[in-house]
Unconditional design. Structure first.
Length: 132
C-alpha cells in the first residue's frame, strides 16, 4: 500500500463494482498480515550464521520479531476497511499469524511479505470460513 497508489484504490473500486453488480455473490477479502520491505527478510535475522556452511546454530528467539516499524501493511488494511466499508466480508489475520504481536519469521514467513505455504496449509484456519 502506498498512500497515493492509484492501482490500490482502483482495485478496491473494482471489488465494490463487482459487489454491486453481483449482489448474490459472497465476496471475502483477506487483510494483510504484518509485512514490510526488508526487516522481515529472514536472512537479516540470521546474520552470517544463516549460511549453512557455519556450524553454529542460530538462537530461535532471533527469528521472533515484533510488528514492523513500517506500518504500510496496517495502513493498507485500514484503507481497505474504510473504502469497502462493510460492502464485503473482511478477515483480519494479523493476530493469527503473529500472536501477541510477535511474528515468527522462521515458521511463518517465506520472505518479507509472503507467508510460507507450509504455514498456511497447517495454520490458515481463517480460510475455512470462506467456504462455509
Amino acid at each position: 500500500y502506498a498512500e497515493h497508489s492509484n492501482e490500490f484504490i482502483e482495485g478496491l473500486e473494482r471489488i465494490i463494482s463487482f459487489s454491486e453488480t453481483h449482489p448474490d455473490k459472497r465476496i471475502v477479502v483477506l487483510l494483510d498480515p504484518p509485512w514490510d520491505d526488508g526487516s522481515y527478510d529472514i536472512r537479516q535475522h540470521g546474520g552470517a550464521g544463516f549460511n549453512r556452511l557455519f556450524s553454529d546454530s542460530i538462537p530461535y528467539e532471533q527469528f521472533v520479531v515484533d510488528y514492523p516499524d513500517d506500518d504500510k501493511w496496517l495502513r493498507g488494511n485500514q484503507k481497505v476497511l474504510e473504502i469497502l466499508n462493510g460492502r464485503v466480508e473482511t478477515i483480519e489475520i494479523d493476530h493469527l499469524v503473529c500472536p501477541e504481536k510477535k511474528c515468527n519469521l522462521l515458521l511463518s514467513y517465506k520472505d518479507e511479505n509472503h507467508l510460507r505455504a507450509s504455514f498456511v496449509k497447517k495454520n490458515a484456519s481463517w480460510i475455512d470460513t470462506i467456504f462455509k
